[in-house]
Ligand binder design. Structure first.
Ligand code: ASP
Ligand code: MG
Length: 431
């Protein structure tokens, strides 16, 4: 059994949905397949806006967003179903009517609850269109409602999955379907929505933005899948953001641990939440390009032997570097450090890098226009504080001398830290 996940960019218009159908047809193979679907294109952002207007009582803005979202989906459906009397149109009308009806009542005061109720519409309508289209092209499939598969607590908008109940439910609901029709011409195909869950009382929840990779990993975990494939608009995992560095290299194979490290330092690879369930059952993850489905993409598994082959670069901009000294020139030892850490924690500021000496402690963090001044103000109550803003933090995994030389060209290194595997430099552009 395998799991495929298609994100918003892979289902953004009729041609992309047709491409998804082609990928499923060509790559289904002989094993049963579960396909996890996201909302189309930027629908989640649009629904977030709609929800904002709804909560603020901006009826005009809300209706404008509603029309925009509905029109976009109907256009995609019209592009896929030339017969405009196809039953899919009444299914969509009904989903949009439900949303319309809902937002015409005054909102309750729990924003997160309203958010989940509204924003989940994106995945619902996207899966209705795609599941129906797949059937239309001969890819018979059963659409399962994610609310009934992913059982969560009621922490709306960032719900926590109940692993035991969820695994059980997924197995109970999907396995009978995945095991049947073995004699049919194609192995069974299941479709469901990513990002959405439900409480055992039946309330809709969501798992946090970009949550559908996580949904796909949960299914893979529950069903002991042989592989999870995430189809993306990039060739796979690259060793740097191509918007920042030219000559990026595809990471053909890295370990789960390496991928988790990369994302810890700020690479927007795969979220550790997605990797952990796969790691615990040793399920390989492939990241492949939906535009070039025959290319191998990147493989993340338990093989660590290729991790060191190419250096990976992570750039963080708008960094603040603060140096903290005690007022009486005494050592910065444990009790002072704990005071400093308490200040960072109470302002919710994460240290991206830290270093200490006898008389000072330095830390680098993301600038935030409200948190930074508030933190500095509190630190100054107990310490002497100096800081620099507008710096860059460069992290290099598996660095070499040559790559360091290249990076520091035109940059002044303000602070540097090295371990055997990782180099971090706080730098300033030379003017
Ligand atoms: N549609 C949701 C989002 O855009 C979830 C996902 O695509 O992963 O965040
Ligand atoms: Mg997405």
């Amino acid at each position: 059994m395998r799991v495929f996940k298609f994100g918003g960019a892979s289902v953004k218009d009729p041609a992309s949905v047709q491409n998804v159908a082609r990928i499923i047809k060509d790559q289904h193979g002989t094993e049963p397949l579960v396909v996890v679907l996201s909302a189309m294109d930027k629908t989640t952002n649009a629904l977030e806006k709609l929800c904002g207007c709804f909560m603020e009582g901006d009826k005009q803005g809300m209706l404008m967003m509603f029309e925009k979202i509905k029109t976009m989906h109907l256009q995609v459906a019209r592009g896929l179903f030339p017969d405009h009397t196809h039953p899919v149109f009444s299914v969509l009308e009904q989903s949009f009517y439900q949303l319309f009806y809902y937002i015409n009542e005054p909102p309750g005061n729990n924003y997160n609850y309203e958010y989940d109720r509204i924003v989940s519409t994106g995945e619902m309508v996207s899966s209705q269109i795609i599941s129906t289209y797949l059937k239309e092209t001969g890819l018979h499939n059963q659409l399962f409602a994610a609310q009934k598969l992913f059982i969560t607590d009621a922490n709306f908008r960032d719900a926590t999955v109940d692993w035991i109940l969820t695994s059980q439910t997924i197995q109970e609901q999907l396995i009978p379907y995945l095991q049947k029709s073995k004699d049919a011409d194609r192995p069974p195909l299941v479709t469901t929505q990513g990002f959405i869950g439900g409480t055992s009382q039946g309330f809709t929840t969501t798992l946090g933005r970009e949550g559908s990779d996580f949904s796909a990993a949960i299914i893979a975990y529950a069903l002991n899948a042989s592989e999870l494939v995430i189809w993306k608009d990039v060739p796979g995992l690259l060793n740097a953001d191509p918007k920042i560095l030219k000559d990026t290299v595809l990471l053909e194979n890295i370990s789960y641990q390496e991928a988790i490290e990369l994302s810890y330092y700020g690479a927007t690879v795969i979220h550790p939440n997605t990797l952990k369930p796969l790691l615990s059952k040793n399920i390989p993850l492939r990241v492949k390009s939906f535009a070039h489905p025959s290319l191998p993409g990147s493989l993340i598994n338990n093989n660590e032997s290729n991790d060191k082959q190419v250096p990976s670069y992570i750039f963080k901009f708008k960094q603040v570097l603060v140096s903290i000294f005690s007022l009486d020139f005494s050592f910065i030892a444990e009790h002072k450090l704990s005071r400093i850490f308490a200040d960072f924690a109470s302002h919710g500021v994460k240290m991206n890098l830290m270093q200490n000496s006898a008389l000072s402690f330095s830390a680098c963090f993301d600038h935030d226009k409200t948190k930074t001044p508030a933190l500095l103000r509190d630190l100054k109550k107990n310490f002497h504080v100096k800081y620099n803003a507008n710096l860059e933090l460069i992290t290099v995994r598996h660095y070499t001398r040559a790559c360091i030389d290249k990076l520091i060209k035109g940059r002044e290194v303000v602070l540097e830290q090295k371990s055997r595997t990782t180099l971090q430099m706080v730098v300033r552009k030379k003017t």
